[in-house]
Design a protein around this ligand. Structure first.
Ligand code: PLP
Length: 416
């Protein structure tokens, strides 16, 4: 399949992000990638086939041996899944750092493959940002820890803290997120990449909150990018998926892990994800705009004690965000004035438009109480240290009209 992908890149290389989001991955006449040479559907079909046959066994032999492009078995490759992967390559990669994409059944399966591809196993150390998504931290400690990996945490917003720790620990890999949950701290990826590279370690960046619309970590020096495609990439809250985009040698290793562990994305989910990806730039533009509007309005509201959003001058990473992100993202977090858990629950229960649901990145505005959802498993003292207070609410802005989102938030605040 590599030959197909290279050809596709040269066709699309000069086109802009919005254009690549719509056309990448699709089978077009003359692109040399048409699966059967007879039909040119404008939308890649769902290839619901476990296995692929060929004209003769010699061809099957060459395809299985990697000497000829083609498909053999769906755990290795499937045309619909490959279409989604090629689209991701066109969005996350660049000429200098193209990366190969592999789709997984979930973001967690993708993170597991990324860590395995970076050879995090046996007696080694992994340095992980303490702001990481809870299940990623638990995966590291419980699953990789069981094989002998020592997991050390550092403040992902402080590259100096990483520099100090990396010298002492000589880690196999460093794991960070572009934008943290729920306080939306922004990682200085170029600086972290420089420190990690100088130490001879592998940098894995979870770009779920950022998406390639805001940042392309491979371009900034990361080795492996991971996504929960369940979120912004697919964008409609209707599928679970994950992606690894990696440079050599990690690309081949991630592919091998997927073949052997088997956490591959199904063709129907790949079809939905490819369809969702086409509107990523439009959705992100609107979601960023909505988040800025919500942050500005809530900042002036008497029943809101504090708003966390990188567009606000008092956000600790406002400067970093301007430097490393194309925009400030679609999430906003805020603390209710004189509030506790009960106040947060009352506020969330009073919402009429925003949907109470523990996810993000959808076309609908979603609201959660981080202390009892994403950060539920942490001890109260760890939550306190990370700033996840009982009165904190996180909003993932959708694509609705900003005034309707703000009105819903204001009516819920009025009822407190
Ligand atoms: N990474 C981040 C930043 C997430 O927020 C999540 C899920 O919320 C994941 C990874 C895991 O993704 P999935 O639920 O698709 O396995």
């Amino acid at each position: 399949m590599e030959q197909h992908r290279t050809q596709q890149r040269s066709i699309e290389g000069s086109r802009r992000f919005e254009t690549r989001a719509v056309h990448s991955g699709e089978r077009r006449p003359g692109a040399g990638r048409e699966p059967n040479g007879a039909y040119y559907p404008i939308s890649t079909p769902v290839y619901a086939s476990t296995t692929f046959s060929h004209e003769d066994l010699e061809t099957t032999d060459r395809v299985l041996g990697g000497e000829e492009a083609g498909y053999s078995y769906a755990r290795y490759d499937n045309p619909t899944v490959v279409a989604f992967e090629e689209a991701l390559e066109a969005l996350e990669g660049s000429a200098e750092s193209p990366g190969r994409a592999f789709a997984f059944a979930s973001g967690m399966a993708a993170m597991h493959a990324a860590l395995s591809a970076a050879e995090c196993g046996g007696e080694c150390t992994v340095l992980a940002a303490e702001q990481l998504y809870g299940s990623t931290a638990t995966l590291l400690v419980q699953v990789f820890g069981a094989s002998g990996v020592e997991v050390r945490f550092f403040d992902g917003c402080d590259p100096d803290a990483l520099e100090a720790k990396i010298k002492k620990t000589n880690p196999r890999a460093v794991v960070i997120e572009t934008i943290s949950n729920p306080l939306l701290r922004v990682a200085d990826v170029p600086r972290i990449a420089e420190i990690t590279r100088a130490a001879g370690s592998t940098l894995i960046v979870d770009n779920t909150f950022g998406t390639p619309f805001l940042q392309r970590p491979l371009e900034l020096g990361a080795d492996i990018v991971v996504h929960s495609a369940t979120k912004y990439l697919s964008g409609h809250g209707d599928l679970t998926a994950g992606v690894v985009v990696a440079n050599p040698p990690y690309d081949g290793a991630a592919e091998q892990v997927r073949k052997l562990v088997g956490g591959v994305l199904g063709p129907f989910e790949a079809w939905l994800a490819l369809r969702g990806l086409k509107t990523l730039p439009l959705r992100m533009e609107r979601q960023c705009e909505n988040a800025r509007a919500v942050a500005a309005r809530l900042s002036a509201h008497p029943k809101v004690a504090k708003v966390h959003h990188p567009s606000l001058a008092d956000h600790p990473d406002a400067g970093t965000a301007r430097r490393v992100l194309a925009d400030t993202g679609g999430l906003v977090a805020f603390e209710l004035a004189d509030g506790d858990r009960e106040t947060a629950f009352r506020f969330l229960n009073a919402l009429e438009l925003c949907v109470r649901a523990p996810s993000l990145g959808d076309v609908y505005t979603l609201a959660i109480h981080p202390a009892t959802s994403s950060h539920r498993e942490l001890s109260p003292s760890r939550r306190e240290r990370l700033g996840v207070k009982e009165n904190l609410v996180r909003l993932s802005c959708g694509i609705e009209h900003p005034e309707d989102i703000v009105s819903d938030l204001e009516q819920a605040l009025d009822r407190l």
